[in-house]
Design a protein around this ligand. Structure first.
Ligand code: ATP
Ligand code: MG
Length: 298
């Protein structure tokens, strides 16, 4: 995509220039380990250098195609896996990300785990049990639709457990994720950041579209009343649990196309950094070629 002149990369195509810019853009959403997140400082309507969806379409396609190719390589390579955690307020876009971005992947080798209110069996175990149970096997991509972070979010906001219990969970989560990372699991965590006005607009759109009525729940409006408490709980989780091996990203989510693009490229960049390789063929190719030629001549 670029050529070198006088030692400096020269971007030959306009598209190449844009790719170069956006790679730096991904970094700005990453929560630096040890830093303090203030969500009100992040513009949920941010949309980078593209004015609208149409202008971003080619780039989005580029990244979704790369995503598919890299996921196949991850599967073939079979040494590593990828865990993607999605967290958001209701209507924040978890389903949209799974559908548009991660739907680009081959369903073989890709799985979604939805974290709802714990079942009696789940509640009878330690809070990380179900997360560990659904963690990806080698070669696999797993998306957590909500995640073990609910155990420092909803339980805190609704005071379902004592503060002393959820306070110690941040360290336990970091330890758990370290353990996975040490075993070859790449971890990316995305908080889809929308404004409360945008949530209301999306509630309205759901009311007006009969095909979305099934998504409406009374609890959405009940949870909305806790918006400030959730934002504080998110700020703590993002600040305490963004690490080098399992970073959090705050993704501006008011524009769905921008959200999808930002996530697609971060996932692509992470997979590219894994130095994935096709394994050596199990069969003797010279022998297979001989077999092929003799079969083709018959
Ligand atoms: P959607 O509404 O788009 O289908 P969702 O993730 O909101 O997706 P729901 O079934 O509406 O799915 O909600 C799941 C609920 O389970 C959320 O309110 C979440 O906070 C709650 N939940 C998840 N984990 C826990 C937990 N450990 N303890 C209590 N509640 C939890
Ligand atoms: Mg819901």
């Amino acid at each position: 995509m670029h050529e070198r002149r006088g030692g400096k990369p020269v971007w030959t195509a306009d598209f190449g220039v844009r790719i170069h810019q956006v790679m730096n853009e991904s970094e700005r959403f990453r929560v630096a380990p040890g830093s303090r997140v203030k969500l009100s400082d992040v513009d949920p309507a941010f949309k980078g250098h593209h004015p609208d969806h149409a202008a971003a379409a080619a780039e989005l396609q580029h990244y979704t195609e790369r995503l598919r190719a890299l996921q196949e390589l991850l599967y073939a390579d079979g040494r590593h896996s990828l865990l993607i955690c999605l967290q958001a307020m209701d209507t924040g876009g978890k389903d949209g990300v799974i559908n548009h971005v991660l739907g680009a992947m081959n369903p073989q080798g890709c799985r979604v785990a939805h974290f709802r209110r714990p079942s009696p069996e789940e509640a009878a175990h330690d809070f990380l049990w179900r997360a560990h149970r659904d963690a990806p096997a080698r070669g696999e991509v797993v998306i957590f639709n909500r995640s073990h972070y609910e155990d420092v979010l909803v339980v805190r906001v609704h005071e379902l457990i004592d503060k002393t219990v959820w306070m110690e969970r941040y360290a336990r989560i970091n330890e758990f994720e370290r353990n996975l990372a040490d075993d070859g699991v790449a971890i990316l965590k995305f908080y889809l950041h929308i404004s409360s006005e945008e949530q209301l607009a999306r509630f309205k759109a759901r009311l007006e579209d009969p095909s979305k009525h099934w998504k409406i729940s009374v609890s959405d409006y009940a949870e909305r009343k806790f918006w400030p408490q959730y934002q504080r709980a998110y700020e703590d989780a993002l600040s305490r649990c963004s690490t080098g091996h399992a970073p959090w990203y705050v993704i501006p989510g008011n524009h769905k196309w921008f959200r999808n693009l930002a996530i697609a490229r971060i996932v692509v960049e992470r997979l590219e950094a894994m130095n994935l390789k096709y394994p050596a063929p199990a069969a003797d190719l010279a022998e297979i070629r001989r077999e092929y030629h003799s079969a083709a001549q018959r």
